[in-house]
Design a protein. Structure first.
Ligand SMILES: C[S@@+](CC[C@H](N)C(=O)[O-])C[C@H]1O[C@@H](n2cnc3c(N)ncnc32)[C@H](O)[C@@H]1O
Length: 225
């Protein structure tokens, strides 16, 4: 990712956030990249390493299970889940990103949709065995994050799990962004939506410079509410 792309994305984000529009900047960042992946600050054209690690550790047979990828970006995570046997639906608020996914993976069986997490199709409620979310929560201002977590939780079928990957911080550390690193207690908001934490990893990644990452796995109760 070149600095020019990062600086341009920052300018676009700042402009929209200052105008009280916290969601409008993503599509503009994708548009401004002109199909150059290296101009998208969060895209690296490979599946999320934490997701890969988690999938490879699991002994579960995922074949036929329904997965949803929230804020799917350029589609690498959705494609990885599909490779592991999931039936995958993936969505992003940016129609440019989902069109780009279809172009990158023309033979994919993943269903890509342009959709806003806060106005998702009603038929996605209580439907998915597995939901994956990387770096979307941390891209939203603090007042939207609890609402986003509630919406993510309601996608899960009873007994389903959500895996969240995000930058992490301690509560006393500055809450500046985007991206806004999350605290562990912030992620515990999932508990209020009927989920329980199954595991939590708090680690430094291997990037240079190294970044603190959280990976939380949360499960919805088996009992239908
Ligand atoms: C930081 S990027 C991460 C993208 C991808 N998950 C990844 O790890 O490469 C955040 C993504 O969330 C999407 N997004 C932001 N707000 C959204 C919303 N309300 N509904 C759906 N997608 C959203 C953005 O368009 C962007 O693709």
């Amino acid at each position: 990712m070149d600095d020019t792309g990062r600086q341009r994305a920052r300018r676009i984000a700042d402009h929209h956030l200052a105008g009280g529009d916290p969601l409008g900047w993503f599509d503009e960042v994708y548009a401004s990249a002109g199909e150059d992946i290296s101009a998208i600050p969060w895209a690296d054209a490979r599946p999320n390493p934490q997701l890969v690690q988690w999938l490879e550790k699991g002994e579960t047979n995922w074949a036929g299970q329904q997965a949803l990828v929230v804020g799917c970006g350029l589609g690498d995570d959705a494609e990885e889940l599909s490779r592991h046997g999931f039936d995958v639906t993936a969505f992003d608020i940016s129609p440019i990103s989902t069109a780009w996914c279809r172009k990158r993976f023309p033979d994919s069986t993943v269903e890509y949709h342009a959709a806003d997490l806060f106005q998702a199709p009603a038929q996605w409620a209580n439907r998915f065995d597995f939901v994956f979310e990387a770096y979307t929560l941390q891209s939203l201002p603090g007042d939207l994050r609890p609402l986003a977590m509630g919406d993510i939780a309601q996608f899960l079928a009873p007994g389903g799990t959500v895996l969240v990957v995000a930058r992490g911080r301690d509560p006393h550390e500055p809450d500046t962004g985007p991206p806004w690193p999350l605290t562990r207690s912030e992620l515990a908001t999932f508990n209020a939506h009927g989920l329980v934490e199954l595991s939590f990893v708090d680690d430094m990644d291997g990037d240079d410079p190294s970044t603190r990452r959280f990976m939380g796995l949360y499960r919805k109760s088996d009992k239908a509410f």
